[in-house]
Design a protein around this ligand. Structure first.
Ligand code: NAD
Length: 476
């Protein structure tokens, strides 16, 4: 592996917690180590927050709340826009730090440019946070107010660290809340750059606090905290269920969950394969398959299945260059860490044990480090764990179908419902699929990562879930 000359390599890597506008060590002084998944070399040791640090951060957020929530939306937007500008200036450092702790290609980070854009999007929503009025009760004027919760909590995953950070923080802050966030133990370093930028942008102390730490004890202390009134979580379904339970058992805090996926992609026999094949390959290989909305279950019409499979095999073989995440031409890195690598390898051995046909891959990659070869599995039984569980690697399943009812039933036979797609030239069939597919986002002749900021999954309704509604009844 090459010695990095990447322009984002910092002189010093920040490893502390960000509480009350300052970088501080954890109270316990405990640290945890991060390893480069391409070389297995130590990348950094960072301070680990526990319940006491959560209490400190909550106290800072609570003290900051009155002044922050009293500011006008436009004043809060000024801070957010300054934060966005600084994030934009520091994108190279963010990409470098993600590369050395979770393997995202530093020169070809496909999503980094969204980071400042998301903050600016929320800054522009400053005036959208409004209630309603009603004259329907005689002798009354009634109004509803949308107000911030107060101190909020957020817990994010590792697969897009700063995108997740700003998506939660910008929504929470523009609506007048203050925030205590925990980054993922697999990717805390770039998040600390975002915290530094927030400080440089002049964000008042305590408005945004960021902790490095594990789910237990740090994440659990946030989920159970009695002074946190709202929690937003993105991560696995298993952890989401635990967060929901902890929120209920503590103070019934409001919970928003964004969880995993096993997204279906339906390819009809009239589909434009010149469009569908590269879209399918990109969807499963983006971020090395570590994307919540990856199209990981493909249903192709049996009439075109052999042709589609040939083309998909070629496209996935030729797709990008895998290798050292710090090398200039690398577009596909390793799995994020040993645990993720072993998780994907266990599904590959399940496929081998089940004698599943594997026209491509099925093994670890040829490189040193935690690489998995792009893999296609075919004709997988619908009841197999391979069909039901999120593999979170560059592994796609291709099954066939012959009629519409059958494929809609199979596509919807999942506990997830994040994203679903259909490729067809038949308008009626496309619209029927859009209606019948049970997913929060449906792509027609496109698939993930296609998103739109001004649609629900992009963030359009985010200010709703960072505020609570109150009715005010005014007797005339
Ligand atoms: P994870 O559930 O293991 O961890 C997510 C976060 O929760 C981490 O910060 C972790 O430390 C914390 N955590 C773990 N156990 C906890 C506990 N008991 N209490 C409190 N916090 C706890 O998920 P992950 O491996 O980091 O991320 C991958 C998952 O995230 C995948 O399932 C993926 O689909 C999902 N994801 C969803 C979206 C979305 O928008 N829907 C986006 C990205 C990732």
């Amino acid at each position: 592996m090459s010695e990095s000359t990447h322009p984002g390599k910092p002189a010093v890597i920040e490893n502390r917690l960000f509480i009350n506008g300052e970088f501080v060590p954890s109270r316990s002084g405990k640290k945890f180590d991060l390893y480069n998944p391409a070389t297995e070399a130590l990348s950094a040791s960072v301070y680990e927050a526990d319940g006491e640090d959560v209490d400190r951060a909550v106290a800072a957020a609570k003290a900051a709340f009155p002044a922050w929530s009293e500011l006008g939306g436009m004043q809060r937007a000024v801070y957010l826009n300054r934060w966005a500008d600084l994030l934009e200036k520091n994108l190279a450092e963010i990409s470098y730090l993600d590369a050395i702790c979770m393997g995202k290609p530093a020169y070809n980070d496909a999503i980094a440019h969204y980071i400042p854009t998301i903050v600016r999007f929320f800054a522009a929503k400053a005036f959208d946070v409004t209630g309603e009025s009603s004259l329907n009760t005689p002798d009354f004027i009634n109004i509803s107010l949308r107000q911030p919760f107060g101190v909020c909590g957020a817990i994010i995953p590792w697969n897009g660290p700063c995108v997740m950070l700003v998506q939660k923080a910008a929504g929470a802050l523009i609506t007048g809340n203050t925030l205590v966030m925990k980054s993922s133990e697999k990717a805390p370093l770039s998040c600390l750059v975002a915290a530094r930028c927030a400080r440089e942008a002049g964000l008042p102390a305590g408005v945004f606090n960021l902790l490095n730490g594990y789910g237990r004890p740090c994440g659990e202390a946030i989920a159970r905290h009695l002074e946190i009134r709202k929690i937003s979580f993105t991560g696995s379904t298993l952890t989401g269920k635990a967060i929901q339970r902890m929120a209920a058992e503590s103070n019934l805090k409001s919970v928003t969950l964004e969880l995993g996926g096993k997204s279906p992609l339906v390819i009809w026999d009239d589909a434009d394969l010149a469009k569908a094949v590269p879209a399918a390959a990109t969807s499963i290989l983006l971020n090395t398959g570590q994307a919540c909305f990856a199209s990981s279950r493909i249903y192709v019409h049996q009439r075109i299945a052999p042709d589609f499979l040939d083309r998909l095999t070629s496209a996935m073989t030729a797709h990008g260059a895998s290798g050292d995440p710090l090398a200039r031409d690398t577009t596909r890195g390793p799995q994020a860490d040993k645990q993720q690598f072993e998780r994907v390898m266990s599904y590959l051995s399940l496929a081998r044990d089940g004698h599943i046909t594997t026209p491509l891959g099925g093994t670890r990659g040829p490189e040193p480090g935690y690489f998995i070869a792009p893999t296609i599995l075919t004709d997988v039984p619908e009841t197999s764990r391979l069909m039901k569980e999120e593999i979170f690697g560059p592994v796609v399943i291709v099954n066939t179908f012959h009629d519409e009812d059958e494929v809609m039933q199979k596509a919807n036979d999942t506990e997830y419902g994040l994203y679903a797609s259909v490729f067809t030239r038949d308008l009626g069939r496309a619209l029927r699929a859009a209606k019948r597919l049970e997913a929060g986002t449906v792509g027609v002749n496109c698939t993930s990562p296609t998103l739109a900021f001004d649609m629900p999954f992009g963030g359009r309704y985010a200010s709703d879930y960072w505020t609570e509604l109150k009715s005010v009844l005014i007797s005339l």
